[in-house]
Design a protein around this ligand. Structure first.
Ligand SMILES: Nc1ncnc2c1ncn2[C@@H]1O[C@H](COP(=O)(O)OP(=O)(O)OP(=O)(O)O)[C@@H](O)[C@H]1O
Ligand SMILES: [Mg+2]
Length: 306
């Protein structure tokens, strides 16, 4: 299947001479949720701004469902809803008014039933007559999402959609995203909450210093890079790992009260069975055992630090 967005040879050098993006090649699949992760200043907003036609690329091309974002701007842009990172709304307009107005900007006929549905989905219905200025930060962010959905876009960009949104509402927004995806909308989101990517994304892209350093299906990524740790709580503390067990990847923790075994989840043999047998032979008793899998966060931190 051809990607709904294809980015080729894209770079961006700002007027200051700063090169914010260095030759980006990336395809976004139709119907997927793609999470773009990267530290502050990595180039996420710059990339989104170019795809949405807010900033011009220095080199390269972007096609949105076959439409070149520069030559065929209106057609490309009408397919896209954008929730920008920076909140800017008409403070003295009502929620209903500002969301309806956004739809009009795209030349779509009025559709109050659609606007109502969007506001209800985003738990904003009871605020429909409130002026934006009277809303909390999290509510304003949801108004931005409602605006982005007002013209029924095929593609939704969410630049930090849940920054400053409380846990419960964030979960509600995830549900909204899932519903949109189920209706065929392609979603690209940036986030600093790695758990959000872990929860939502089909694929993850990592951008650092203007370069995409990794694009992978989330499940594969976690499998490939995932390492598991087994922690044994010892009956009596050890001062060092016994030499009989030196062939295992073992470390002591918590003043020798814990023995930690790190192993690769993708290898054929994890070594757990023989480790447990060797522990018994060495007379080491444990009172409890737990295993943990490294998270997307661990993976992300190790990639960006490298
Ligand atoms: N208009 C501009 N002129 C000059 N440099 C800019 C401009 N906009 C952004 N930059 C620089 O480009 C780089 C990428 O910025 P960008 O906003 O794309 O990062 P980001 O990944 O979205 O970061 P964050 O996570 O903080 O939102 C930064 O170094 C930033 O200072
Ligand atoms: Mg940004």
């Amino acid at each position: 299947m051809s990607p709904i967005i294809s980015i080729s040879g894209l770079s961006k050098t700002y007027a200051t001479g700063f090169m914010a993006l260095k030759t980006i090649d990336l395809g976004i699949n139709r119907g997927e949720i793609f999470a773009l992760l990267g530290p502050n200043g990595a180039g996420k907003t710059t990339l989104i701004s170019i795809i949405c036609g807010i900033a011009n690329p220095s080199t390269g091309h972007v096609l949105v469902d076959g439409h070149d974002i520069q030559r065929d701007y209106r057609a490309a842009r009408s397919l896209i809803g954008l929730v920008p990172q920076e909140l800017h709304t008409d403070a003295f307009e009502s929620v209903w008014g500002t969301v309806s107005f956004s739809r009009g900007l795209f030349g779509k006929p009025k559709n109050p039933a659609h606007i109502e549905k969007v506001l209800r989905d985003l738990s904003l219905w009871d605020k429909k007559d409130s002026k934006i200025v009277t809303l909390s930060g999290g509510m304003k962010r949801r108004v931005m999402i409602a605006k982005a959905l007002s013209h029924e876009p095929q593609i939704l960009f969410l630049d930090e959609p849940t920054a400053g949104v409380d846990v419960e509402l964030r979960k509600g927004m995830w549900d909204v995203m899932r519903t949109l995806q189920a209706s065929g909308v392609t979603i690209i989101l940036t986030t600093h909450y790695i758990e959000e990517a872990e929860e939502m994304a089909d694929r993850v892209g990592v951008i650092n210093k203007g370069e995409i350093i990794l694009v992978e299906e989330k499940a594969k990524l976690m499998q490939k890079l995932g390492r598991k740790r087994m922690k044994l709580h010892l009956g009596s503390p050890l001062t060092e790992v016994p030499t009989a067990l030196s062939t295992y990847n073992l470390a002591l923790a918590d003043d020798g009260k814990e023995l930690v075994y790190t192993y690769d989840t993708k290898s054929e043999r994890t070594g757990i069975t023989s480790l447990l047998a060797d522990l018994r032979d060495a007379g080491i008793k444990f009172t409890d055992l737990e295993t943990t899998q490294s998270s997307l966060e661990d993976i992300f931190v190790s990639l960006v630090r490298a």
